[in-house]
Design a protein around this ligand. Structure first.
Ligand code: NAD
Length: 498
């Protein structure tokens, strides 16, 4: 059985006390085992990080950027291998897995511009003979704890920016699909990244708690489900760290009566069912405005959903593959049943789906539920599967209110030909990322990613200038170079600028 090990400078040492199974979700079989680390393993990684980080921080930013340029080239050269590996553990189709890697590489490209974005501010003559300038310095050691659903993109959101700024970074990826994060750390070394600057420790809650409590780790970035995000945020902050913790989502797509419904149906199918719905920016809730819009949308959605092809993740013709685990499949099917019990109309039922030849795979058929209402548990909670719920809104105001009042506030989209309605919606809606005729509004790398409400705890987002701020501390220097003659000021009074 293949074993997936930590990537620690000098090796982790010692046999792993605990291991976790890594599945092939296409077949429902264990394909590898990942070692599950503890405090002692983390201590080794921290020791190596502490030894390597000062020299890396002292390396000029242009040279750090050159390592990232080479890393980008190596990831591109290994794109096929990475995408296949990713797809074999996650279950998303290979083309989608390439998108996962590419969206991470976009952040690496952004981080290649680190010499420019690290430039501080300067004020000449802030007072008599006084200049003030600021600089951004690394935190020291940063850590990232990442979810299963984007095993390439989300680690790169974090480490590309963190190491570019001059930090050492310790990644604790999801134990469900840990191989691609390991390959990324290996490629970083091959690109010339010094040993100890990007390390990977595997594990579960034991390792997460060790990271949160470790006094030498100054900043923790987390992405995962909301309850754990909240826990990570509280425990990390209580230990005096800087923490950003992104959580779950339940994104709505508002369909105005004037929307181009053919385009909407195409976009909704991709955004609700792509990656088996396992995206925090998926669109699992469709909100048609007005009964007529709802009926027209439903009539077009049904044949489009029935035409979706579910297949193994290496099937080039499949729209989506299996979900990540047997437990997750059971959970999705439980939520479908719950929605029906609550009064939702089951239009297309994807439960009990079996793929011929891969009967033990974790497949869930595409599911459509209509007449879902805001008081249902199945609406309130994240299902994270290939399930689309239609919640009918009587008018525009109700359509703005639904995502605004939902516990999650990650992304939202509006489909319309009316610029005024779109502008009004973007202005009023209580959600962090908005798409106008864009179903999955994941911001480009030089902007910033982050939701609101229970979709994110902490006050800085991922990547873009917010990422630079999160992974660095600002230092402000006020300086004067006296010419030797006393200026007669009273040193016992708080200095003013004269
Ligand atoms: P998860 O919360 O189960 O796991 C995330 C990380 O937390 C993993 O590294 C895991 O090992 C660790 N973990 C699990 N249980 C823990 C515990 N009890 N204590 C401490 N750490 C623990 O999430 P997941 O199932 O891997 O990923 C899916 C979730 O992530 C969904 O809710 C999805 O919406 C969310 N997500 C959010 C974003 C975003 O940017 N907001 C992006 C991607 C995914």
């Amino acid at each position: 059985m293949r074993q997936i090990d930590h990537v620690i400078a000098g090796g982790a040492g010692g046999a792993a006390a605990r291991k976790g199974d890594v599945y092939d979700p296409n077949r429902g079989e264990v394909q590898a085992q990942v070692v599950l680390g503890d405090q002692a393993v983390l201590d080794k990684a921290v020791e190596a990080a502490l030894a390597a980080q000062p020299a890396w921080a002292a390396t000029n930013p242009q040279k750090r950027a050159r390592v990232l340029f080479r890393f980008k080239e190596l990831v591109e050269a290994n794109m096929d291998e990475l995408a296949r590996l990713l797809s074999s553990e996650h279950g998303k189709v290979v083309a989608d897995a390439k998108g996962d890697v590419q969206r991470g590489l976009d952040v690496v490209e952004f981080a290649c511009g680190i010499p420019h974005v690290l430039k501080g501010e300067f004020t000449q003559g802030a007072g008599p003979g006084i200049d003030v300038f600021s600089m951004r310095q690394p935190i020291g050691i940063g850590a990232g704890i990442t979810p299963f659903n984007f095993p390439a993109m989300i680690p790169m959101w974090m480490f590309a920016v963190a190491v570019a700024v001059g930090n050492a970074f310790i990644l604790k990826p999801s134990e469900r699909d840990p191989s691609v994060p390991v390959r990324l750390a290996e490629l970083f070394r091959e690109a010339g990244g010094p040993e100890g600057i990007l390390q990977v420790v595997h594990g579960d809650k034991v390792m997460v708690d060790a990271i949160l409590d470790h006094p030498a780790i100054g900043a923790v970035s987390f992405v995962g489900s909301s309850d754990i995000a909240h826990y990570v945020y509280n425990r990390g902050v209580a230990a005096g760290k800087r923490v950003q913790a992104m959580g779950g989502a339940k994104n709505h797509g508002i369909i105005m009566p004037d929307a181009d419904l053919d385009q909407v149906v195409n976009d909704l199918c991709g955004a609700a069912f792509g990656s088996a719905g396992e995206r925090c920016m998926a669109l699992p809730v469709a909100v048609p405005v007005g009964e007529d819009t709802a009926e027209r949308l439903r009539a077009k959605l049904i044949p489009a959903i029935e035409a979706l092809r579910v297949g193994i993740s290496t099937d080039d013709d499949a729209h989506y593959g299996p979900v990540v685990s047997a437990q997750h499949k059971a959970n999705i099917e439980k939520w479908i049943g719950r929605c029906v019990e609550e009064g939702g109309e089951l239009v297309i039922d994807g439960r009990g789906f079996k793929l011929q030849g891969n009967e033990n795979g974790y497949f869930v058929g595409p599911t459509l539920l209509d007449h879902v209402t805001a008081d249902m548990d199945s609406y309130h909670n994240e299902i994270f599967g290939p399930v689309l719920q239609i919640v009918r809104a009587k008018d525009f105001d109700e359509a703005v209110e639904l995502p605004s009042k939902h516990q999650y506030g990650n992304g939202v989209a509006i489909f319309t030909r009316n610029g005024h309605a779109a502008r009004e919606f973007a202005q009023r809606v209580n959600v962090g990322m908005v798409g106008v005729n864009v179903p999955i509004p994941v911001p480009v790398a030089y902007h910033t990613f982050g939701g609101w409400k229970r979709s994110a705890f902490g006050d800085t987002n991922q990547h873009g200038m917010e990422g630079i701020k999160f992974w660095s501390k600002v230092k402000t220097v006020t300086q004067r170079w006296p010419d030797g003659s006393p200026d007669g000021s009273n040193a016992f009074v708080i200095p003013t600028m004269g």
